[in-house]
Design a binder for this molecule. Structure first.
Ligand code: ZN
Length: 275
């Protein structure tokens, strides 16, 4: 690839770094060769190791002359891609300084931090590396262009995830912000809410994280086999939202996709009276 770190000189923000890379390489395919990109930026090796100590790590000298990425062995390709992009983020983001003689290692949990304003420095730099990884692997403009469905739906998230070679959940996070509709994606395990991603205007969901999905929701309705998804159906807004949040909601819809390991993904959408 015909670029180097000199092309990124002076860019500090994770998002601006990812955007600059796409500006320099406008023809990158959605599932572009990430290893080649790393090589262009002086990451000389990417190795898989048998370890439970971390999910991914980057070994670099204090001056960041070059880097080596280590990955825990046996992960799916899309998981590896996100981990590699995350470590590349640590390498390229100027303020992420290594402790001399120690690799910067990241736990699985670190790969889901999203608060780039966190007071805790560790959480903040992990969130910054995640923001870089998401913007590198799923640039908003390209994702938006690829979103052609008449209405938001889980099949589209699944097919975009496949095209961009990322996990369904990683794509869902970007999808809710890229969509023009007011939507939310919930990740469930064994019928309980694990994580929630909402678009900016989607109302607060009153069911707390860790609690079972509400009775009367389509998600609660039946066992959803892996790969099986429901139609987009109307649901009662009161099932998910507070009475106050329901006030201007004209229609609410719900769709559920069963996944392996007792996981499921739920897509909620609200349409407002004034829309
Ligand atoms: Zn990290």
């Amino acid at each position: 690839m015909s670029l180097s770190r000199i092309d990124l000189d002076g860019i500090g923000s994770p998002l601006a770094l990812a955007e600059k890379i796409h500006e320099l390489l406008p023809d990158l395919a959605p599932d572009f060769d990430l290893d080649a990109l790393c090589a262009a930026f002086d990451i000389h090796s990417i190795n898989r190791v048998e370890t439970s100590a971390y999910e991914a790590a980057i070994v670099m000298d204090v001056l960041k002359a070059q880097g080596a990425i280590l990955l825990a062995k046996g992960r799916r390709r899309e998981r590896e891609r996100f981990s590699i992009a995350h470590e590349l983020g640590h390498f390229l983001i100027e303020t992420h300084r290594p402790v001399p003689g120690q690799p910067l290692s990241c736990a699985l949990n670190d790969l889901s931090h999203t608060d780039t304003k966190a007071a805790d420095r560790h959480k903040r730099i992990e969130a910054e590396a995640n923001r870089f990884a998401a913007a590198l692997l799923m640039p908003a403009a390209k994702v938006r262009k690829a979103m052609t469905a008449r209405e938001p739906n889980l099949d589209e998230i699944v097919s975009l995830a496949r095209n961009f070679a990322v996990s369904k959940e990683a794509m869902a996070r970007v999808y809710v912000t890229a969509s023009r509709a007011d939507i939310a994606v919930l990740i469930l395990q064994h019928g309980r809410i694990l994580r929630v991603y909402r678009s900016a205007e989607f109302p607060w969901i009153q069911v707390p994280i860790g609690q079972p999905v509400p009775n009367g929701s389509i998600a609660a309705g039946s066992n959803h086999e892996p790969g099986e998804r429901t139609e987009i159906e109307e649901c009662e807004p009161e099932t998910w939202l507070s009475a106050r949040a329901c006030a201007d909601v004209e229609v609410m819809t719900e769709q559920v996709l069963g996944q392996a390991g007792g996981f499921a993904m739920v897509l909620l959408r609200v349409e407002r009276a004034d829309a």
